[in-house]
Design a protein around this ligand. Structure first.
Ligand code: NDP
Length: 330
């Protein structure tokens, strides 16, 4: 079977040369283990951080070793009483055609009628939980709040905005990097949206929310965070989820330059990591599942075919080539 390994570490923007497609031999199955044929794998922005050799909340990828990350596959062989051949599973050994792993490290998934299993990497998975817990628990969203979401046409952002709207936000504003994405945001229920590449974020946000915002769901950092701090009302709350504007920076970003406003406005800025919020998974699945069945929640996927194209899918994600969740179909 084939796998994608880390060929070299990037400085600044990663390129295709940082990845290699290699052949490997799988170890023999031991008791309690399963052999999985992967069907879908996730590429996520946090993987950029793992390409650097720095200590973080997830260990770095190792040079010459396969990358890993969320994947969905079918069990093709099992030496575990808990999983059977043919079971659909979610596990952490993406970036390869096949994987041998302990059954304890895989979660059996129920097939969902009318939906691709890749939904478990998006609307019923980690990105949805990030949006759900980030908005409701980290930013303490409440009905009547005006909410701004950056990276709004991506996986996490599109859910954050829709959840806010479904739970009674007075006004939901999104920013994204193309006019097509802005139109898409209007279609999925955002009250206002703007293209951050077309003018200063602070100005565009002020125009979209003349009465200010109460909650900011931050996927981007830098200028976006500065603009949000400028527009937040007294007692405003920020869930700091990501800072994709700086993941490929080689120099520290000057923004936000207006951090002192946090004091007088009594703002709360809170960073969080989704894995600390797994207790909310059942609530998220119940609510998102309900909205999906009622046709109240939209989700999009951008699907790239072939393990050999996974690095391009990842690079495309960093460049904004996805609407909704970026998925690789194997
Ligand atoms: P997305 O689906 O949102 O994909 C990334 C998007 O980022 C791109 O589509 C692109 O859209 C946008 N982007 C890229 N560069 C910039 C830039 N310089 N300025 C503004 N936007 C940019 O990915 P996810 O939904 O998976 O992740 C969204 C964010 O949430 C990321 O920051 C990620 O790190 C974070 N995250 C955090 C988690 C946590 O536990 N804290 C868990 C999961 C995700 P565009 O065309 O609009 O530029």
């Amino acid at each position: 079977p084939r796998q994608i390994t880390l060929a070299s570490r990037p400085s600044g923007w990663p390129t295709a040369d940082n990845f290699a497609l290699t052949e490997t031999e799988l170890p023999a199955l031991r008791n309690g283990q399963i052999l999985v044929r992967n069907l879908f794998m996730s590429v996520d922005p946090y993987m950029r951080g793992r390409m650097n050799d720095v200590k973080s909340y997830v260990p770095p990828f190792q040079l010459g070793e396969p990358l890993d990350g969320g994947a969905i596959g079918e069990v093709v062989e099992s030496l575990s009483p808990d999983l059977r051949k043919g079971d659909l599973v979610l596990h952490g050994l993406g970036w390869r055609d096949q994987a041998v792993l302990d059954a304890a490290h895989a979660r059996r998934l129920d097939p969902i009628e009318g939906m691709s299993p890749s939904a478990y990497l998006g609307v019923l998975g980690m990105p949805a939980l990030t949006a759900y817990a980030g908005l409701l628990d980290v930013a303490s969203f409440k009905a009547g709040d005006a909410v701004f979401v950056s990276g709004a046409a991506g996986a996490v952002g599109s859910f954050a905005g829709q959840i806010a709207k479904l739970k009674g936000a007075s006004h939901v504003i999104g920013s994204a990097g193309s006019d097509e994405k802005v139109a898409h945001l209007r279609e999925i229920g955002f009250d206002a949206a703007f293209n951050y590449k077309k003018g200063p974020v602070a100005e565009q946000l002020r125009q979209a929310a003349p009465d200010g915002i109460d909650v900011y769901f931050d996927n981007v950092g830098a200028d976006h965070l500065e603009a949000a701090i400028g527009s937040l009302n007294l007692g405003g709350r920020v869930a700091i989820c990501g800072a994709i504007a700086v993941y490929n920076s080689t120099e520290p970003t000057p923004a936000p330059r207006n951090l002192a406003l946090v004091i007088g406005k009594r703002l709360t800025l809170r960073g969080f990591i989704v894995t600390d919020h797994s207790a909310r998974m059942p609530d998220m699945v119940t609510e998102m599942g309900g909205w999906l069945r009622e046709g109240k929640l939209s989700f999009s996927e951008t699907v790239v075919d072939g393990l050999e194209n996974a690095p391009q899918a990842f690079l495309g994600l960093l460049r904004g080539e996805n609407t909704g969740k970026m998925i690789v179909r194997l």
